[in-house]
Design a protein. Structure first.
Length: 235
């Protein structure tokens, strides 16, 4: 099986190809040049591993949350390539990809990914591990840091940019002190390939034109509003 992975949800670009279980990946911080460099980089990577685009069986992409521009670029490229080739695609949470990378590097089993969204809001994901792959213990969402959901007891690690500035309100809201913190993490194609191929094997691939970015902006978690007290009806 020949699989291409594309991740551009951050200011970096991570690409990978898996050929019958053998992975070749590359990583570069591109700042604002994703749109100019993504297609030439994909072409160079395929040439380097000796595969033509027409030979690909699947494209895996990071669906976000993350940069608006980066996600639109990834989805546009995925739709164009996969539709033209007539192959399916799989979208993987960028937060899950970061968690998978942490598990691969350090072996942690309980991982909170908290990336800065805006002001005091965070893109939030909590993951466990089964059979070497991370799985969500709650749905990815965007929260105000001090209103993040309570976690089950355990040895949690915290990764992502939000831990740099919002550690105290996050830990207070989560009712957990992190055993370790890593504030600078990137989603990498190596981990995207592992999660994407597993999702494909699980029947989660879909048509290229159904590829969409996951911004999470419309899912801001808020405290329920108090209902106004009703005055007794006048007789």
């Amino acid at each position: 099986m020949k699989v291409l992975a594309i991740e551009t949800a951050t200011n970096a670009c991570s690409l990978g190809v898996c050929l019958d279980g053998v992975k070749t990946t590359e990583f570069a911080e591109l700042k604002r040049s994703h749109s100019r460099e993504i297609l030439p980089r994909i072409s160079d990577l395929l040439t380097r591993v000796g595969v033509q685009a027409a030979e690909l069986d699947l494209i895996v992409y990071g669906k976000g949350p993350g940069s608006f521009t980066g996600l639109r670029i990834a989805v546009g490229v995925v739709q164009g390539l996969a539709y033209g080739l007539g192959i399916p695609v799989v979208g993987i949470s960028t937060l899950a990809c970061c968690a998978q990378g942490r598990h691969r590097r350090e072996g942690d089993q309980l991982i909170v990914v908290a990336e800065t969204a805006r002001a005091d809001e965070v893109f939030f994901g909590a993951y466990g591990v089964a059979d070497g792959l991370v799985y969500p213990m709650m749905v990815d969402a965007i929260y105000v840091a001090d209103e993040s959901p309570v976690l089950v007891d355990g040895l949690w690690v915290g990764i992502g940019s939000a831990w740099g500035a919002l550690q105290s309100p996050l830990e207070t809201a989560l009712h957990q002190t992190m055993t370790s913190l890593e504030s600078e993490v990137f989603p990498l194609a190596e981990d995207l390939l592992d999660l994407g191929i597993a999702a494909f094997d699980g029947g989660l691939a879909h048509d290229a034109m159904l590829a969409i970015p996951e911004y999470l902006r419309e899912q801001v978690a808020q405290k329920p509003e108090k209902k106004p007290e009703q005055k007794p009806e006048e007789k």
